[in-house]
Design a protein around this ligand. Structure first.
Ligand code: F0G
Length: 479
């Protein structure tokens, strides 16, 4: 076997046909969806890069695991398989399954946050911040400055800045800090990792002052892969060893199993503290389901226990990140402004630079997601001002430094040829970028607005048209 290639360590046993659409159909579909890719029907999408969440392909072993689902209400054998796997690979003592990641965030936030508490974290994630605020906490961003600069090639842009963290502790007092919310492979920064040295350092800083540290370990294995690649001393360590070491510095984690654990639904909360676990189990019963199923079927628990182990396979993770980097490098070569270094779960286009003629208040990233969809049926997601929302105090829109379009690669789903189609489409839209216009809200939901918001063009409809030279060579989605 070649050790240079990232070629996938699997072959394909079952296929799911994709529907090709015409440009006219896509123009109608995006208008009907209010220029929000979340509101498109999946049957109108050709290559779906909206998210890697729950969209991965399960292995034959996971599918076989579904048949071993023990659907007893209480004490299902599949729960114990998951508990064993989390204990073995993450090293935490108590495991509480939840229907997905935000269920675990809800439990952790309700148990650990008192109204008025501060919750420092390395950049916000939408649902994480939402649950922290719902519990009366206030999120404070303590990520390193490099993370806010799409061009900065710092290898660990997910790191916490210890000085920013200490400043928050000094200002509010350690008693008012609920916990450090430490995300691995920071999603909103572009899938950027934390170094082990940083996790060690900030965990020590917190623990010395009596502050717990909870990981968002949703993409922890991708983070481990980057540590192995980039951090001195880790090249010969296995992903398993790196994950255990990382978790060992912390007090517990929330996980959305829909990413690295390779399942379509599921999540869990894992903690070491007995009292906290008991409280979280009580809330789990009220909000998710009995503490041995947490809103999941027994078969879902089994698939997650198996996927968790598969995610730690070295060849699997090399292929996963290799594919993302293949697409990212193609875009860099085509002169597309993307977040660097290329991240773990997707490629993030810098929409502010891609569409400099659209002012921030007309949401260039949102407009670019719509233009890409119209061009080729590729569905992407806005990760900029629309996702951030408004300042809860002033009600004003927040404009983060990062105004991004995320091309998120589901795990084990698409081929290299699909990545080529995506790169061709992004380049084609780039050539026509001047014809793309900005958007304004026609409907703005109060909570997590990006999911269901609707928009209209700020000027009369001017969608880009492709010249024959720039059209996809095979017009693959124009059948
Ligand atoms: N934490 C991170 C870092 C996430 O990326 C997500 C979900 C969650 C928590 C919440 O998990 O969806 O299972 O409730 N991210 C998805 C995404 C939605 O598209 O990035 P969930």
């Amino acid at each position: 076997m070649s050790h240079q290639s990232w070629a996938e360590p699997f072959k394909i046993k079952m296929v799911e046909p994709l529907r090709m659409t015409t440009r006219a159909e896509r123009e109608a579909a995006i208008a009907e969806a209010g220029f929000n890719t979340f509101l498109l029907r999946s049957t109108d999408v050709y290559i779906d890069l909206l998210t890697d969440s729950g969209t991965g392909a399960m292995s034959d072993r996971q599918w076989a695991g579904l048949m071993l689902g023990d659907e007893s209400y209480a004490g299902s054998v599949n729960y114990y398989h998951l508990e064993d796997a989390v204990r073995e690979y993450f090293g935490y003592k108590h495991v509480i399954p939840t229907h997905q990641g935000r269920g675990a965030e809800h439990l952790l936030s309700q148990v650990c946050i008192n109204p008025g508490d501060m919750v420092p974290g390395n950049m916000y994630f939408t649902t994480t911040k939402f649950h922290q605020q719902l519990a009366g906490g206030q999120f404070v961003d303590v990520i390193v400055d490099e993370a806010h600069d799409p061009e900065n090639e710092y290898p660990f842009k997910g790191n916490v800045d210890p000085e920013k963290l200490q400043a928050v502790i000094d200002e509010h007092g350690s008693g008012r800090i609920a916990y450090l919310s430490l995300e691995t492979n920071v999603n909103m920064a572009g899938g950027q990792p934390c170094s082990m040295a940083n996790i060690r350092c900030v965990s020590q800083l917190c623990h010395e002052q009596g502050i717990p540290v909870y990981l968002d370990a949703t993409r922890a294995v991708e983070n481990c892969y980057f540590i192995k690649q980039r951090e001195p001393g880790y090249a010969d360590r296995s992903l398993r060893e790196i994950l255990l070491e990382m978790c060992d510095f912390t007090d517990g984690c929330t996980v959305s199993g829909k990413k690295d654990c390779l399942v379509n639904i599921g999540g869990f909360l894992a903690v070491n503290d007995d009292k906290l676990a008991a409280q979280a189990r009580n809330l789990c019963v009220a909000f998710e389901g009995l503490h041995t199923y947490g809103g999941l079927a027994g078969r879902d628990l089994e698939a997650m226990a198996i996927g968790l182990v598969e995610s730690l396979d070295e060849n699997h993770m090399r292929a996963r990140i290799g594919q993302v980097h293949y697409l990212g490098q193609k875009l860099i070569d085509a002169g597309i402004p993307i977040v660097k270094p290329i991240g773990g779960h997707g490629v993030f286009i810098n929409a502010e630079r891609f569409l400099p003629h659209i002012p921030r208040e007309h949401f260039p990233a949102q407009a670019l997601t719509a233009a890409l969809y119209v061009d080729s049926g590729v569905r992407t997601m806005e990760r900029g001002a629309v996702s951030v929302g408004r300042d809860p105090k002033t009600g004003e829109n927040i404009y983060p430094n990062l105004e991004l379009v995320r091309l998120t690669i589901p795990q084990r789903v698409y081929t290299q040829a699909h990545m080529d189609v995506v790169a061709e489409s992004v380049s084609a839209v780039h050539l026509q970028r001047d014809s793309i216009s900005g958007l304004r809200f026609t409907y703005e939901p109060e909570l997590l607005r990006f999911f269901q918001a609707r928009f209209e063009s700020v000027i009369e409809k001017r969608v880009p048209t492709r010249s024959p030279e720039t059209a996809l060579s095979s017009s693959s989605s124009e059948k």
